[in-house]
Design a protein around this ligand. Structure first.
Ligand SMILES: NC(=O)c1ccc[n+]([C@@H]2O[C@H](COP(=O)([O-])OP(=O)(O)OC[C@H]3O[C@@H](n4cnc5c(N)ncnc54)[C@H](O)[C@@H]3O)[C@@H](O)[C@H]2O)c1
Length: 264
């Protein structure tokens, strides 16, 4: 028995990385997947590869969401996955500063437009589409960075914290309306995807850089996109029917401890 049989699912940012892994896992579990991305070329080829339907969607664009809502009025699952750090590059020189003292308002707003406007618009579309059946699952991909401060990526961290909180507002709103539309957030850390390429580079020190990035991770490795996808499958499935408004970390143990944890 497939776990997501015939569930119509829309995934944002599905062309690569975590979104592609989620779309692929959902196809394997019998879902009818609408893979969306702002990058139409990569998105179309990924959709063809895994057996999904492609639709171009810039999550920050309200007009794009209107088009999607008209084309796909029925929905069982939405995965709000598209997100940017604002530090992806390539840059001519150093990446822009995103610390609280030096970040530009334009850079701050660009990150929030994708991560927050995108998640807000996605949730709004999903509630309206799912209301007809009164049942559904919305999965918001936040981050470990939404649970702790990140001085050098302040815009990203604040945007991911807002996603965590909006998830809970959506969950409470839907339950209060008597709808079985669930909304939960997922908080990954250090998942090996193209998002990390700028930081890892392709030089001879790549392996050392990788090891350095996960030196503070108790499990001492990067996570895999398919491991996040497995969590999304569970949240989308009827097995999770009593889970709403919750936040699930998938981080190799990072948030189990803190700087205050005694060594050992
Ligand atoms: N990789 C990690 O370590 C990690 C950790 C925590 C959270 N996350 C979150 O997981 C999600 C996916 O991350 P990833 O590592 O796969 O990233 P990625 O950069 O590899 O892929 C992101 C995808 O989103 C698409 N995208 C970007 N802007 C868009 C927009 N405006 N509209 C639609 N699509 C857009 C890109 O084209 C790309 O296909 C993001 O929300 C990210 O913040 C990732």
């Amino acid at each position: 028995m497939l776990r997501l049989q015939n569930k119509t699912t829309l995934v944002t940012g599905g062309a690569r990385g975590i979104g592609a892994a989620i779309a692929s896992a959902f196809c394997d579990e019998g879902a009818n997947v609408i893979l969306t991305d702002v990058d139409a070329k990569t998105g179309q080829s990924m959709a063809d590869k895994i057996g999904a339907t492609f639709a171009r969607l810039d999550v920050a664009s309200e007009a794009d969401w209107h088009v999607v809502a008209e084309r796909f009025p029925d929905l069982d699952v939405l995965v709000n996955n598209a997100g940017i750090t604002g530090l992806e590059g390539p840059f001519d020189s150093l990446p822009p500063a995103h610390d609280p003292e030096n970040a530009s308002l334009a850079d701050w707003r660009a990150v929030h437009a994708v991560n927050n406007d995108g998640t807000f618009l996605g949730c709004r579309y999903a509630i309206r589409a799912m209301r007809k059946k009164g049942v559904g699952s919305i999965i918001n991909i936040s981050s470990r960075s939404g649970l702790v401060g990140v001085p050098m990526a302040a815009a990203y961290a604040a945007s991911k914290a807002a996603i965590r909180n909006h998830t809970k507002s959506v969950a409470l709103y839907c339950a209060g309306q008597g709808l079985a539309i669930r909304c939960n957030s997922v908080h990954p850390a250090a998942i090996m995807t193209p998002m990390w390429e700028q930081m890892l580079g392709d030089g001879p020190d790549r392996a050392d850089r990788e090891a350095l990035m996960v030196a503070d991770t108790p499990m001492q490795r990067f996570g895999e996109a398919k491991e996040v996808a497995a969590l999304a499958v569970m949240l989308a499935s009827d097995e999770a029917a009593y889970m709403t408004g919750t936040e699930l970390t998938i981080d190799g143990g990072i948030l189990a401890g803190s700087a205050a944890t005694p060594g050992g």
